[in-house]
Design a protein around this ligand. Structure first.
Ligand code: ADP
Ligand code: ASP
Ligand code: MG
Length: 488
């Protein structure tokens, strides 16, 4: 075990358990075992917990169907959620202990959920604010179950709602933490718990505005909660417990041969996460980078595996391309015209129009002739973006300075990531060569500004083949490929 000696002599570890790590009776028991073990090793241990896997999806489905006039689906979901949670409560908690109390707490949250859905059904409207309140129930319930089970195992533990700790702005569904306020709240509320030797089990994903209105940090945001809390407590490390052996060379669900990566830099993981590696939420990295806090990603079902260590040591492991990721469900918008060259500020106006629709652009390319600007965004935002663009460029379209504004659906982004990309010439050629070998056409290319990623826009029908081909030909056989290209 790492022996940390800080000025105050306190070692602090944050451990976050994702949905599948606390998604069943066995998973809860396994997670609790890990907590008990680490509680012996660290002066201060903080647990951050997600909802049980699938629960947040069900809560959202209940709210959405209610807003569309369906008052049956959410009732069914209430019963499904009751079954899912009670099975864990019944099997884990002794009937002469906290069983009754926690079961009542589950019932209360599910009653609240039903009341919310009923109001949404009556009003026929679902606001982002209501969505955040509703999607918070999974974490609230699960933190209570895990804390009760830990108490039953003899650990002094307490469930804490992060609405009391993480204070954000009111951008519902993607709230931004106000770090000074958050730090004050965390210190004020958690310090007395540490003094009593309590291990707090904190809800991931959720937070609140200064006025106490529930917000969320975005889907998959429990990782981000852990890093925010880690920074506020000046933790020695933050560990993300999930269902795979750390960050891997690709998503093992797409590439069964994917291997665990022992060491990655913050930059590499930021790129990986941004370009679709769901294993770490993209916003997780920024707070820990600023404070140089190491992040580990570990497997709850294989706890002795070292997983991945992420810190600021990018060059320890030299390899050109370390991982390949995929983002699906995108469209490529093209703004084209020979007269564009003469129109000032065309790019700025294009992206201002995109931003006005709240759409996030994932990749941009511009032809050097300035005859076209192309960018990729989620398919669900494309219609409103096209509309806004055509309105913004009415004059240019009438003058035929811009000839066409159009979208191509069914596009994905495949990204190759690795710090070695920076200093190795010809990596792009290797990737294109690998794809050409299997007849895959690349629609557009962009290199990340950190120079540790290359992103390719590819037709959705080729997505999985492209990821597997880059994995096989460029990641698994770098030596072979380098040798080949040197001979040519
Ligand atoms: P959790 O519920 O623990 O937060 P997630 O489902 O959010 O777990 O993230 C873990 C999943 O991320 C894995 O099961 C895996 O399918 C997926 N994944 C995508 N890309 C990668 C990658 N490069 N390395 C590891 N896992 C990845
Ligand atoms: N439960 C939330 C979600 O499903 C947060 C998380 O899992 O990190 O998005
Ligand atoms: Mg996750």
């Amino acid at each position: 075990m790492v022996d940390y000696e800080k000025e105050d002599g306190m070692s602090t570890l944050i451990m976050k358990f994702g949905g599948t790590s606390v998604g069943s009776v066995q998973a809860h028991a396994q997670a609790a075992e890990i907590v008990l073990e680490q509680a012996r090793e660290w002066d201060r241990l903080i647990v951050v917990v997600s909802a049980m896997s699938g629960v947040t999806d069900l809560l959202i489905e209940g709210a959405q169907t209610a807003s569309h006039g369906d008052d049956q689906t959410y009732r069914g979901i209430v019963e499904d959620l009751r079954t899912i949670h009670n099975q864990v409560v019944d099997e884990l908690l002794d009937s002469d202990g906290e069983h009754v109390h926690i079961q009542a707490s589950v019932a209360q949250y599910l009653d609240d959920f039903a009341v919310f859905c009923n109001s949404i059904h009556v009003l026929g409207e679902l606001t982002p604010r209501a969505m955040d309140a509703i999607s918070s129930f999974g974490e609230r319930i699960n933190a209570r179950i895990l804390a009760a089970y830990l108490r039953q195992q003899g650990l002094h533990s307490k469930a804490v709602d992060s609405t009391e700790l993480i204070i954000t702005d009111d951008k519902f569904q993607k709230a931004v933490p106000l770090m000074d306020l958050t730090r004050n709240h965390i210190e004020r509320l958690l310090t007395p718990l540490f003094e009593q030797g309590v291990v707090p089990v904190i809800t991931g994903f959720i937070a609140a505005t200064e006025d106490g209105v529930t917000t969320t940090l975005g889907r998959g945001g429990s990782d981000y909660s852990a890093s925010i809390i880690g920074v506020c407590l000046e933790a020695d490390e933050v560990w993300i417990w999930t269902d795979v052996d750390g960050v891997m060379t690709s998503d093992p669900k797409i590439v069964p041969k994917a291997k665990s990566l022992p060491l990655l830099s913050y930059n590499e993981v930021s790129e990986l996460a941004y370009f679709g590696a769901k294993v770490v939420h993209p916003r997780t990295i920024q707070p820990v980078v600023e404070h140089g806090i190491p992040l580990r990603v570990k497997n709850t079902t294989n706890p002795t595996h070292p997983g991945t260590l992420i810190d600021q040591n990018p060059e320890k492991v030299k390899s050109t391309v370390k991982a390949v990721t995929l983002i699906e469900g995108l469209s490529m918008v093209n703004v084209e015209g020979r007269g564009m060259m003469g129109v000032p500020g065309i790019a700025a106006r294009t992206f201002a129009a995109v931003a006005s629709q709240g759409a996030s652009v994932l990749m941009i390319t511009q032809a050097s002739s300035e005859q076209s600007i192309s960018f990729l965004l989620p398919v669900e935002t494309v219609e409103s973006v096209l509309h806004a663009l055509k309105e913004e460029m009415t004059l240019e379209l009438a003058r035929r300075d811009i000839e066409k504004i159009w979208a191509r659906d069914g596009v994905v982004i495949v990204t190759a990531v690795g710090a070695g990309l920076r200093e190795t010439p010809g990596v792009g050629a290797r990737i294109f060569g690998a794809l050409a070998e299997v007849g895959i056409n690349v629609i557009a290319v962009a290199q990340g500004s950190s120079e540790c990623s290359i992103s390719l826009a590819i037709a959705a029908k080729d997505a999985v083949r492209a990821v597997r081909q880059i994995h096989e030909d460029v990641i698994l056989n770098p030596g072979v490929y380098l040798y080949k290209s040197r001979e040519e």
